[in-house]
Design a protein around this ligand. Structure first.
Ligand code: PLP
Length: 393
């Protein structure tokens, strides 16, 4: 073809992590068909949608089957009933938002990637290790990226100390995927202060907010001054089990302006142009998940997964394995034992314990030497994994 391509895609490389894991597991199981594999690798949930959600969705399906209640295109930014439900959710954290600042979407992944379209040639600060979408979507846009190393020394929570310059786009993921580390109030206040002083924008990914159990902020807007410097992206994937159902939202406060433009209006313009809304049935399910009953049910799902995290953490602690996470996060981030890379550790755990995890190197350079286990399995599989880990370490 004679078209010109986006040259930036050359620097993104192949999506390597989960396909490489799948290929190593397939090779192993072909050679050992008797092996009973336990998969603690991919961050997908396993428990079904809750009763409040499914009955709301069933009722919505029935409405769609009647001429008088059928709905076509949804409002671009979400039905009022869902915007109001999201607004009430923030009120539980003491955060007041206008519904015009909330944009319903089909997933945090889409919004995390798409929001890069609003920005010009800024330097982007990205924690390392972290959810790979932040880096890849900025590489696709040809941006300069600087990494914020998350190490054992800083408790996997990089801070802005010593960063010079201004006008950064800063990604913060708390609780973090993959380390499970969570910023406390004081730390987030330091980031908000840095962003306001340097005219920078924080993109706060709160996808794992429901897992916080230790008083850390659930929303960046719990921090004074955050409305002037932060966008927040949140999702029902990990707490309400919506990974396959798809519903999330992005908050863009009306105060955010750059280059004389309102970011809230720009995001609205972007979404209205390129996105045609989340299905009515799904939005009714999301509304139910955010209701008092739905919330209680979803916290039951979170509790179930966190029991798994506790069981895995207990074995690691007894075996003297260094790890973080597993307290306010469904992820356990452990330091690889023995010699070799995190991929070599992956192979050892696969062959000796028949457990599939995720090598830390897949989440960034600083992830090398570490390994992620997820708590999203069943109690039975997790108990079996815990027993095998007891022998393995
Ligand atoms: N943000 C983080 C930190 C994640 O780990 C994930 C999924 O693993 C997402 C966003 C994507 O969420 P969604 O399912 O809403 O696209």
């Amino acid at each position: 073809m004679k078209i010109k391509i986006n040259e930036n895609y050359r620097s993104v490389g192949k999506s390597y992590l989960f396909s490489e894991i799948a290929s190593r597991v397939a090779k192993f199981t072909a050679a050992h068909p008797e092996a009973r594999m336990i998969r603690l690798g991919i961050g997908d949930v396993t428990l079904p949608l809750t009763p409040a959600v499914t009955s709301a969705m069933s009722a919505a399906v029935s409405e769609m089957a009647e001429k008088s209640t059928f709905r076509g295109y949804a409002p671009e930014f979400g039905y009022d009933f869902l915007l109001e439900a999201i607004k009430r959710r923030y009120e539980r954290f003491g955060v007041a938002l206008g519904t015009s600042e909330i944009f319903v979407s089909d997933g945090a992944k889409s919004d995390v990637g798409n929001i890069t379209e609003l920005f010009g040639d800024n330097t982007v600060l990205i924690p390392d290790p972290v959810y790979p979408v932040y880096l890849d979507s900025n590489l696709m846009a040809g941006r300069r990226v600087e990494f914020l190393p998350a190490t054992e020394e800083n408790g996997f929570l990089p801070m802005p100390d010593g960063i010079r310059g201004e006008g950064y786009i800063i990604y913060i993921c708390s609780p973090n995927n993959p380390t499970g580390a969570v910023y406390d109030r004081e730390m987030l206040a330091a980031w908000v202060d840095f962003a306001n002083r340097t005219g920078s924008l924080i993109i706060f990914d709160a996808a794992y907010e429901a897992y916080i159990s230790d008083g850390c902020p659930h929303s960046i807007y719990e921090i004074e001054g955050a409305r002037a410097c932060a966008v927040e992206i949140c999702s029902l994937s990990k707490d309400a089990g919506f990974t396959g159902t798809r519903c999330s939202w992005t908050v863009v406060p009306s105060e955010l302006t750059a280059g004389g433009m309102s970011l809230c209006e720009m995001w609205g313009r972007r979404q209205a142009t390129k996105f045609n809304g989340v299905p009515y049935v799904v939005q009714r399910g999301a509304e139910a998940a955010l209701s008092d009953t739905g919330r209680e049910e979803c916290l039951g799902l979170v509790k179930y997964y966190m029991e798994n995290a506790t069981r895995l953490a207990s074995v690691l602690r007894k075996r003297g394995v260094t790890f973080t996470g597993g307290v306010s996060s469904p992820y356990i981030w452990l330091k690889c034992t023995g010699t070799g890379s995190s991929w070599e550790f992956f192979d050892r755990l696969l062959t000796e314990a028949n457990i599939v995890g995720t090598p830390g190197a897949g989440f960034g350079k600083c992830g090398e030497g570490y390994f992620r286990l997820t708590a999203f399995g069943s109690h039975e599989a997790t108990d079996e994994a815990a027993a095998r880990l007891r022998t393995f370490f």
